[in-house]
Design a protein around this ligand. Structure first.
Ligand SMILES: [Zn+2]
Length: 197
């Protein structure tokens, strides 16, 4: 069954979202239209506002609505610890776990010979700058336990091993696992049991 015009466009756009396919997109759009004042209009307003204001933090790469995110703005978070993650979703997962009190650095991916992703394609030069400008003493490499994640961790460790203490998440992170899919308790345990590289 196909929906007319604008509805079909909305369904096609929704179907591109992670975790949704055409079938669930169609159900979601029907739900929205039926709940026009309760859901559809507030959602449309919220999306318009986010489209206007969302941006990457100039310092760490987190997504927020100001040039510097709340974490980079907060003096309390300047404790010399910097947690390096691949993606904003990983940063948010760490924050949900509530176990880390320092600042973050989002790389925006991993090194990959196959996809021709080199250090300058990621936020690695900026990371090296921050070690000096923010007086970083410990870098926690919270990268995914994938081959590319570990290659990236070793590259960063090579660049910075003479300048800071380097640690990585320990037990609890399954091989091939991605932080965003772990429960908060597992992330907390892995952070507490981090080990020197
Ligand atoms: Zn930031």
């Amino acid at each position: 069954m196909s929906a007319p015009g604008d509805l079909e466009t909305l369904i096609e756009l929704m179907a591109k979202l992670p975790g949704l396919g055409p079938r669930s997109a169609r159900r979601a759009v029907l739900h929205l239209v039926k709940k026009r004042s309760l859901t559809l209009i507030p959602l449309a307003d919220a999306m318009a506002r986010v489209a206007e204001t969302a941006r990457e933090c100039l310092n760490c790469g987190n997504i927020g609505t100001t040039d510097l995110c709340e974490i980079c703005e907060s003096e309390k978070r300047a404790n010399g610890e910097l947690c390096v993650v691949e993606d904003v979703a990983d940063l948010w997962a760490m924050e949900r776990a509530g176990v880390f009190k320092g600042r973050y650095h989002v790389l925006g991916g991993t090194l990959s010979a196959l996809d021709a992703v080199g250090p300058a394609d990621l936020r690695i030069p900026k990371l090296i700058d921050r070690v000096t400008t923010e007086e970083i003493t410990e870098i926690i490499l919270a990268l995914n336990a994938t081959v590319d994640g570990q290659t990236t961790a070793h590259y960063i460790a090579d660049q910075l091993q003479d300048r800071v203490t380097l640690t990585s998440l320990a037990q609890g992170v399954p091989v091939g696992g991605e932080l965003d899919y772990l429960d908060d308790g597992t992330i907390s345990a892995a952070m507490r049991a981090r080990k020197a590289l």
